[in-house]
Ligand binder design. Structure first.
Ligand code: SF4
Length: 329
């Protein structure tokens, strides 16, 4: 993997690397921001880097990174610009590991951290490359200690859960493989995040550009039969105007707080989302609408996480956008 460029947000960097066959690959490292009450308001309502810098968490407390798992993606979700790049297959285990090593090498001053959250979620659907991804997940502690770092890792496996992967594995096989590593290698401290977005299955599949994915009921029923310790499974909703998120429907099919939590994420303003005329349901300016939706989940006993801080869209640095610029220039 060769270094091509780095771009800066107030909270971190997006790196552009290139594979030996000249495919542009993105990975990122970011610091989290403190989000308590008034501070959250201040950070949410600004693009001023000076204010964001003031609220960044120490690396030692929490550090965030993402790495890509494929050369592009075989899917073309309506809200994601990775689709524009064209799909050229899986990254090897070594290519995924190289991104982790690259980020650590580019950040030599971070020698200790109590939580390094790494998302296998920049470019690509990791279910199609599950063995390479999970092999790297399992070896993260070995990789960081071999580079002299004292890290406690929190891996994050984000998936749309295709019914069948490009290698012929079922979505249920993927759940089993991820939960096995979660429970046996990480004592439950692995984030398993599933892209749900709408409770209307027809709309949901349309947003995934027709990809055949496991239904929400199939996911909930299957997860309810499994041991899930420490970190519960997160159902991600990118909230969009006019797209159904029906909390009662989810409660009726078995959503519960013992196995699940829900994350509400404003829609990033990407090229694809504009082309598909998708608008966010709420964001920084009407954040209280997200809180109200979150309250509905709380009434059925499901914990909520609201993610309204990323701010990559203003800089044109959402997933795939940098690689897109690189290819076009
Ligand atoms: S959201 Fe994920 S699965 Fe969908 S196109 Fe983007 S990278 Fe692929």
């Amino acid at each position: 993997m060769n270094y091509k460029n780095a771009f800066y947000l107030p909270s971190g960097r997006v790196f552009l690397l290139e594979t030996s066959d000249k495919y542009p690959i993105e990975c990122t490292e970011m610091r989290d921001v403190t989000i308590g009450g008034k501070e959250h308001y201040e950070v949410r309502n600004t693009l001023d880097p000076h204010i964001i810098w003031k609220h960044l968490k120490d690396y030692e407390e929490k550090w965030l990174m993402t790495v890509s798992t494929q050369r592009g993606c075989p899917h073309s979700c309506h809200f994601c610009d990775v689709a524009e790049l064209g799909f050229k297959g899986d990254l090897t285990e070594q290519e995924i590991e190289e991104q982790v090593r690259f980020i650590l090498t580019a950040t030599p001053y971070v020698t200790k951290s109590n939580k390094v959250k790494i998302g296998f979620a920049r470019m690509g659907e990791p279910a199609h490359n599950v063995d390479n991804v999970l092999n790297v997940v399992k070896r993260l502690p070995e990789i960081s200690s071999s580079m002299g770092r004292d890290f406690k890792w929190l891996p994050c496996f984000n998936s749309i859960l295709p019914r069948k992967t490009t290698k012929g594995e079922s979505g249920f096989d993927i759940i089993d493989k991820v939960l096995n590593v979660k429970e046996n290698n990480y004592d439950g401290f692995l984030h398993f995040q599933l892209s749900i977005n709408s409770t209307d299955e027809v709309k949901r599949k349309e947003l995934f550009a027709g990809a055949d994915v496991l239904s929400i009921k199939e996911i909930i029923d299957y997860m309810n039969t499994k041991t899930i310790s420490n970190r519960t499974v997160t159902l991600n909703f990118i909230v969009m105007d006019g797209i159904e998120v029906d909390v009662n429907k989810l409660a009726d099919i078995g959503l519960n707080g013992d196995k699940f939590r829900v994350k509400l994420i404003p829609l990033n303003d990407t090229i694809r989302s504009q082309t598909k005329h998708l608008n966010t349901y709420a964001n920084y300016t009407n954040y209280e609408e997200l809180i109200k939706l979150g309250d509905k989940f709380n009434t059925i006993g499901v914990p909520i996480v609201i993610d309204a801080i990323a701010k990559c869209e203003e800089a044109g640095l959402c997933c795939g956008q940098l690689a897109h610029i690189f290819i076009n220039n």
